[in-house]
Write a protein that binds this ligand. Structure first.
Ligand code: ADE
Length: 229
C-alpha cells in the first residue's frame, strides 16, 4: 500500500511514522508513506497556501491552486483509490472504515488547516471525508496519523502475530476482553483461575463472555450495531 499525505506541516508527521509497527511495516516494504509539503506546490512567490474567505468570515481558507497542483501531480504518477480529506464534518472513522481502507492500494490524505479548504477541492477532487471524533483539532495532521496507524496495522504482515489484529477491540463490534500477564498473583490481586487452567475451549468461552459483558457495560450502543457494517 502507498499513502501520500499532503500537509503544511510535514515535520509534525515525521515521528508518528518512525516507530514501532508502522516503522517496521515501512522497512518490510508493506507500506510506503510519503509526506508532501503543500507549499512546494504553491506558485505564489511567498509560497502562500491560504487566503481570505470570500464570505468575509474571519479565518483563512486553504486555496485551491496548490491543492489542485499537488493532487494532480500525484494522480499523474498512479491511480488513487481514495482521496481523503480530514475534517470534523467527515464520516466518523471506525474499525469498519479502517478495514475498508486497508484493502486499497493507493491513498491520498489531505490535511486541513485554518478554516478549511476551498469547497471546490471537496466537490471535485476529494472522494472521502473522514473525522476522527466530534471535536476540533488545530489541523488534520493528527487525524491523518490516526487514520494511517489504524490502517497500516491491518495490512498483512504488519503485526508480528498475524492473528492479533483480528482480536482487537471493535473488530467484531465487541470490546476486547481483559488481558493479564505474570505474576499470577500480585499484592493479593489474582489472575482469574480460568486463565491458568490450560483449558483452551473454556478460556475462549470466558474471553467471549468477558467481551460481551464489557461491551454491554461500557459501550452498549456497539451491540445495536451488530450486522450493520
Ligand atoms: N481536523 C480538525 N478536526 C478534525 C477531526 N476531529 N477529525 C479529522 N480532521 C480534523
Amino acid at each position: 500500500m502507498r499513502i501520500d499525505i499532503i500537509t503544511v506541516l510535514p515535520e509534525l508527521l515525521q515521528s508518528p511514522f518512525n516507530h514501532s509497527i508502522i516503522k517496521r511495516a515501512k522497512e518490510k516494504g508493506i507500506v510506503e508513506i510519503e509526506l508532501h509539503n503543500l507549499r512546494d506546490y504553491s506558485n505564489d512567490k511567498h509560497k502562500r497556501v491560504d487566503d481570505y474567505a470570500f464570505s468575509g468570515d474571519a479565518g483563512m481558507v486553504m486555496t485551491i491552486e496548490p491543492l489542485f497542483n499537488a493532487i494532480e501531480h500525484l494522480k499523474s504518477q498512479r491511480k488513487y483509490d481514495e482521496i481523503i480529506y480530514t475534517s470534523p464534518d467527515g464520516q466518523m472513522l471506525n474499525q469498519g472504515k479502517s478495514n475498508y481502507l486497508s484493502t486499497l492500494n493507493n491513498l491520498i490524505i489531505l490535511c486541513g488547516h485554518y478554516k478549511g479548504i476551498d469547497q471546490r477541492v471537496r466537490d471535485h477532487l476529494v472522494t472521502l471525508e473522514i473525522s476522527i471524533g466530534d471535536y476540533v483539532l488545530s489541523g488534520g495532521e493528527l487525524a491523518a496519523a490516526v487514520i494511517t496507524d489504524s490502517v497500516v496495522r491491518l495490512l498483512p504482515g504488519a503485526l508480528g502475530d498475524e492473528t492479533s489484529a483480528l482480536t482487537d477491540s471493535f473488530q467484531d463490534n465487541l470490546l476486547a476482553p481483559p488481558v493479564y500477564s505474570r505474576p499470577a498473583e500480585f499484592n493479593g490481586w489474582k489472575v482469574p483461575d480460568i486463565l491458568l487452567s490450560g483449558n483452551d475451549a473454556a478460556i475462549d468461552k470466558w474471553k467471549f463472555e468477558q467481551s460481551l459483558e464489557r461491551t454491554k457495560r461500557l459501550r452498549p450502543e456497539l451491540l445495536q450495531d451488530w450486522g450493520d457494517e
